[in-house]
Structures are given as C-alpha cells and as structure tokens.
Design a protein around this ligand. Structure first.
Ligand code: SF4
Length: 143
C-alpha cells in the first residue's frame, strides 16, 4: 500500500475509532490514555499491523498511537522539489525536527523518522485533541 492510500484508510479508521470512543464517553485525557500503545494492543488489535507482534515503531517506554503518522510529515509522490544534484525530495519534516534524518535511494530522498518520537509524546498529542486525524495531519505547511 502506498502512502496516499494508507493515509486515506488510516484517516477513516482513526475517525471511526474516535467516534466509537466518544459514544462511550471517552474524550480528552481519557482519549489520550486510550491511545497508549499497551492499551491499543489489548483493545484495538487491528489498528496497527505491529500490534499483532507486540512491537512498537519506536523503542521507548511511553508511546502514544493517536498521531500516527506525524502532523509534520510532508510527502508528495511526484516530488516536493529537486536538489541541485538532481535528487528528487519526496518527503520532508515541516518542523525541521532535531532527530529528522534523510536517506537517498535510487535518486530519491526520503525522510527517516525512526529516531524521532515527537508525535508519540503525550504533550504533543494533547495539542491536537478536538481535531480529526486528517485535520491534524494537514495543519503544517511545508517550509
Ligand atoms: S522527524 Fe519527527 S517531527 Fe519530523 S515528521 Fe518525522 S516524526 Fe514528525
């Protein structure tokens, strides 16, 4: 599945889950707590393919899954821009995060978020409560 189809599928899944939880009175801080990795593995096993293996996308004690992917991630399949050396940049971090890394494969530059846990922090998730997942993802402009 390409990024675009994953994005649309995940947006629907996320919105359906948040709507279901709302009918159960789960919102605000309770919603933040619900999306903690350990609870999601137990209560929403189909939300992420990694749950079946009990595997986290980042090896850290606290991992919140509410903002997978990251609102700062920007991607364009046709390329966002081309570097002077001809490398096509397809994804960037709109926040220029400290732990954002890049790699080039077959003339295409990609963003590597593996060392960054910004979207999985509780304080960061709190900022986006009240927005749909899609609204959260589209908040940042590419710099
Ligand atoms: S580097 Fe961090 S802040 Fe930037 S897009 Fe990736 S996960 Fe988000």
């Amino acid at each position: 599945m390409g990024y675009k189809s994953w994005f649309e599928t995940h947006a629907q899944k996320h919105e359906a889950l948040v709507a279901k939880l709302k009918t159960q009175g789960i919102a605000g801080e309770a919603l933040v707590a619900y999306f903690v990795f350990e609870n999601m593995v137990k209560c929403e096993p189909d939300f992420c393919p990694l749950y079946a293996r009990g595997k986290k996308c980042h090896d850290r004690a606290y991992l919140n899954c509410f903002l997978c992917a990251c609102p700062h991630f920007r991607f364009k399949d046709e390329g966002l821009h081309v570097r002077e050396n001809g490398v096509v940049v397809k994804s960037v971090c709109a926040a220029n995060a400290r732990f954002a890394k890049r790699f080039v494969y077959e003339g295409v530059e990609h963003l590597d978020c593996s060392a960054c846990v910004v979207p999985h922090n509780k304080a960061f998730v709190r900022k986006y409560l009240g927005k749909t997942w899609k609204e959260a993802m589209q908040e940042c402009e590419v710099k």
